[in-house]
Design a protein around this ligand. Structure first.
Ligand SMILES: *[C@@H]1O[C@H](CO)[C@@H](O)[C@H](O)[C@H]1NC(C)=O
Ligand SMILES: *[C@@H]1O[C@H](CO)[C@@H](O)[C@H](O)[C@H]1NC(C)=O
Length: 471
């Protein structure tokens, strides 16, 4: 390649193809210097034409790919979300992170109702493409997350049951319930009352029941530590599946198998049960409370726990703390018991005052799922391919895969209140944006951002943690 020719026409070189032409032409120039002007103009024209064609091609390709771009806007981290990617439907990418739970199917029972934000094996079980995008996202990210809401009418009963494949963590939003838990061996049933703002914990396969003992509806948010379909068995269902003689020999009732035959399976699912003649059936209900050392294995008073206060809001946690100096003796029981269980979740409330910002941050060791209890706001998920930002309202469910940078802004007068679950039984590990920028040496930032080192003194350091800030 002729270097001198290159130098002469470097400015006009728009791309490699025209550079090639220029260098060829310029070699001719030396032989016929009298036509320099003419050749220069020709070259300029060639440059224009090549550039114009280039721009045209690029813009055509870009325009054609626009509709598909909707679906393909995948954050850089999401190698495992290819399932969502392959869904050739124009679903807004935000639905990987957002589920409008109030729009989902309501499963009605005589004594209440259940709704789900979850993964389904059969895609026909999703009511919408949006719901499918969310369920697929939970599953493909191996999230260990399923959310259900449970409403129980006054005196209604969530039938005794257990889950084969998940721990269950519940937050009582409203009402009063009496809980029973039967653990390995069944010698003791642990029973206790729970009221609004408190947390229940049922390890995988422990039998449990939930009875509404108040006058208003109970409303629970339930988080299950699975991203597959939840597997559940109710005691009445397994009873009616057991051969009569086997049930009779196991329970040894007075009257033997004839006693067993008096029981009849109801046509309606008794998952949440409330018989019309309850007063005739039950005359002597007592709601005893087991001793604290048993109760606090399955119970935590989240509302009454330590408040972590920030300029823009408050966080409370039902989680494991290693030494637990901040915890009361009862809280330590919960903390230790939680940590003994594989795949247990940590629960938390996050309150953000009006205009407060939970600044961009991410978690090293957990996926995160949340439910909006009050207020409204804006959520952003940051990736190198752009930020997916969307509005959230009461009843919305959000999902942040492990490591994903996310932020939450409160935009209503009312506080934005979340119940959050994290897929770790250990202490949650988190890094906030201001902390990682502050922790990076000034001269490293200067070199990275091509700004003078002194510029970075302008980013102030605050005494108070700015995790939730308020301008
Ligand atoms: C009613 O409950 C009390 C307290 O548990 C118990 O002592 C009593 O035996 C019960 N009576 C009947 C008829 O079940
Ligand atoms: C639990 O709540 C019920 C209904 O309010 C009440 O009758 C019962 O005494 C409570 N039990 C305990 C141990 O507080």
């Amino acid at each position: 390649m002729d270097n001198s020719a290159f130098e002469i026409h470097e400015d006009g070189a728009q791309n490699t193809r025209s550079v090639g032409k220029i260098s060829t032409i310029s070699r001719m120039e030396k032989k016929k210097p009298w036509s320099l002007m003419k050749i220069f103009l020709m070259c300029l024209l060639a440059c224009f034409i090549t550039t114009a064609i280039g721009v045209l091609i690029v813009s055509l390709v870009y325009v054609n790919s626009q509709p598909r771009l909707n679906v393909q806007l995948q954050p850089a981290w999401s190698t495992r979300t290819t399932a969502v990617l392959n869904v050739q439907k124009a679903v807004d990418p935000k639905f990987q992170f957002l589920n409008h739970l109030p729009k989902s199917k309501v499963f009605e029972f005589p004594g209440g109702a259940i709704q789900w934000a979850r993964y389904r094996n059969n895609i026909k079980d999703y009511v919408s493409d949006e719901e499918e995008a969310f369920g697929t996202s939970l599953n493909s990210q191996r999230s260990q997350m399923t959310l259900g809401t449970l409403r129980i009418k006054s005196k209604g009963l969530r039938a005794p049951h257990w889950h084969f494949n998940a721990n269950e963590h519940g937050y009582l939003v409203q009402g009063t319930a009496w809980i029973g838990v039967v653990d390995d061996g069944g010698e003791v049933a642990t029973t206790y009352n729970v009221t609004a703002g408190q947390v229940i914990f049922f390890p995988k396969n422990t039998l449990h029941w939930v009875k509404n003992v108040g006058n208003e509806d109970c409303f629970f948010l339930l988080f299950f530590s699975t991203h597959d379909e939840l597997q559940t068995l109710d005691v009445d269902d397994v009873f009616f599946s057991t051969p009569e003689d086997i049930a009779s020999r196991s329970l040894k009732p007075e009257g033997g198998v004839n006693f067993i035959r008096k029981f009849h399976k109801q046509t309606e699912d008794q998952g949440i049960n409330l018989p019309h003649n309850l007063a005739e059936l039950v005359m002597n209900a007592s709601y005893v409370q087991s001793p604290d050392n048993l109760v606090w294995r399955y119970f935590f008073d989240l509302k009454g726990s330590k408040e972590y206060r920030f300029p823009g809001g408050v966080i409370q946690m039902a989680h494991y703390l290693k030494n637990g100096n901040e915890l009361s003796n009862n809280e330590k029981i919960f903390s230790e018991f939680l940590n003994e269980h594989e795949n247990a979740l940590s629960l938390s409330t996050l309150r953000i005052y009006n205009n407060g910002l939970r600044q961009p941050h991410f978690h090293f060791n957990a996926n995160e799922m949340g439910y909006v209890l009050s207020g409204c706001g804006k959520v952003g998920i940051i990736s190198t391919q752009g930020t997916v930002e969307f509005n959230i309202h009461i009843g919305d469910v959000i999902f942040f895969p492990i490591g994903t940078q996310h932020y939450i802004k409160s935009t209503c007068d009312e506080d934005l209140l979340f119940i959050l679950a994290f897929s770790t039984r250990d202490k949650l590990q988190t890094l906030d944006m201001d902390d990682y920028i502050q922790a990076t040496a000034d001269h490293i930032l200067a070199q990275l951002f091509l700004r003078k080192q002194s510029e970075f003194k302008k980013i102030p350091k605050f005494k108070e943690d700015q995790a939730i800030n308020l301008p």
